[in-house]
Design a protein around this ligand. Structure first.
Ligand code: GLC
Length: 422
């Protein structure tokens, strides 16, 4: 029989009391400030996006490419201003299909990847080779930019491994692939991070938006920096998944050591969809005193397990090979929920750290925070836990914040970025 005391102990590892949340928010704020002044003291990257917020009047027809998660998405979009748009066509394909193709694994090449991307852009644009059309590119990885077009991939994250892309100007590689297909009428003009895309698309409709965030395969946040009026405002990509001033528990350390790049992306490894299932798997295996589970939990499995009303024991049996009684299921679910709750609490603390940098500690002006991503959309517990944690840190002031769930931000934002170059 399963030892519930060990399940409870594993769950305790994921507790994040209010005091720790507040400390984290302050450490996060500190890393934003020091990131500008002494970058080596900061674990945030503070990458300039060369983009301001849109004014909401952007109009015209654009291609929008959203690259960076499990799925590649291309939309042809007509922007009509005042937050209005129409999707003219949509093509969506995974970057990897087990047993068929894989553009992001160990043996994959940049050239093959961009040829695949170009073929889908071709499909979204109906094979047209004559009308010039601008393309906005949401590329959801850390890039070093010198302007809105030139973005060099610093490093892959989220366990992507395609060869020959790191260190390269990604739009040049895309452009070369478009040329190989004779698609010279498609003109890439802008590259933005997905967090920036979410912020642009939310601000296109509601000007009171200064923070954009993603909670999906990966996690990251951007915000509008006003440079105290010394320079033109610009959106800054924090690459907050790399924040590393949160004390890891023993399961975080095991996960990190086994990852593609140990000691990088420490916060992302505690919060995002790529890792939540694995974290639960490691903790559950420890509670059961086994080396490995029969079948590891993915984040989708984790979400199904939390939601399962009656089949909890069955799901656990399938993954662990062990029999759980009602009490065992209860505490295993408790463990699953707290893994997710901690994720949301960490993210809430990072939002408060960002807000206190923008507005000054303790000052919260009414606004919406835009967030997109499958984990935010579908994982149980996340939404309530995020709001609750904001109240835990800010008290009643949290009522001035609205967490706004965005859909299609990656693509709409890319179209807006392209339009903003006009
Ligand atoms: C990873 C990437 C970051 C992206 C995030 C969400 O953290 O490094 O650029 O925004 O995933 O997709």
């Amino acid at each position: 029989m399963v030892d519930v005391e060990r399940l409870k102990k594993a769950a305790d590892e994921f507790k994040m009391p209010n005091s720790e949340l507040k400390n984290m928010a302050e450490a996060f704020r500190y890393d934003i400030v020091s990131g500008f002044e002494q970058p080596l003291a900061s674990t945030l990257r503070l990458l300039p996006s060369y983009t301001n917020l849109p004014d909401g009047f952007e109009e015209g027809c654009y291609l929008a490419l959203d690259f960076g998660g499990t799925n590649l998405r291309i939309l042809k979009i007509k922007l009509m201003g005042a937050g209005e748009y129409e999707v003219l066509s949509r093509v969506e394909k995974p970057l990897k299909v087990e047993g068929e193709y894989d553009y992001i694994g160990e043996g994959s090449s940049g050239e093959a990847l961009w040829d695949f991307v170009a073929s889908l852009i071709d499909e979204a644009n109906g094979g047209d080779r004559s009308v010039e059309i601008k393309l906005g590119h949401t590329f959801s990885f850390p890039t070093e930019q010198t302007d809105i077009y030139n973005a060099k991939l610093i490093t892959w994250t989220k366990e992507f491994r395609t060869q020959g892309v790191e260190g390269e100007i990604i739009n040049d590689q895309l452009k070369a692939a478009l040329e190989r297909r004779g698609m010279t009428n498609v003109v890439p003009v802008a590259v933005i991070n997905d967090t920036v895309a979410v912020l642009l698309s939310a601000a296109y409709e509601n000007q009171k938006t200064f923070i954009g965030s993603i909670l999906a395969t990966g996690h990251n946040t951007c915000y509008l920096e006003d440079f105290n009026g010394q320079k033109a405002p610009m959106i800054i990509n924090l690459e907050s998944g790399n924040f590393s001033k949160i004390v890891p528990n023993k399961y975080d350390s095991i996960l990190d050591a086994a990852s593609q790049r140990p000691s990088e992306q420490r916060m992302e490894k505690m919060v995002s969809g790529k890792y939540l299932g694995e974290l639960f798997t490691i903790a559950l295996a420890d509670a059961l005193k086994v080396e490995k589970l029969v079948e590891p939990f993915t984040s989708v499995d984790l979400s199904e397990f939390i939601l399962a009303e009656k089949s909890g024991a069955e799901i656990l049996k399938k993954h662990t090979g062990e029999d759980f009684d009602a009490e065992g299921v209860f505490y295993a679910r408790d463990l699953a929920e707290i893994v997710v709750r901690r994720s949301a609490r960490i993210i809430a603390a990072s939002f408060v750290g960002t807000l206190s940098h923008i507005m000054g500690v303790g000052l919260v002006i009414p606004q919406q925070i835009a967030i997109e991503g499958t984990v935010y959309a579908k994982m149980p517990v996340v939404r309530e836990a995020l709001t609750e944690a904001l109240y835990d840190i800010l008290g009643g002031d949290a009522a001035r914040l609205e967490i706004k769930f965005i859909t299609d931000g990656g693509t709409i934002g890319a179209a807006i970025a392209a339009a903003m170059t006009d």
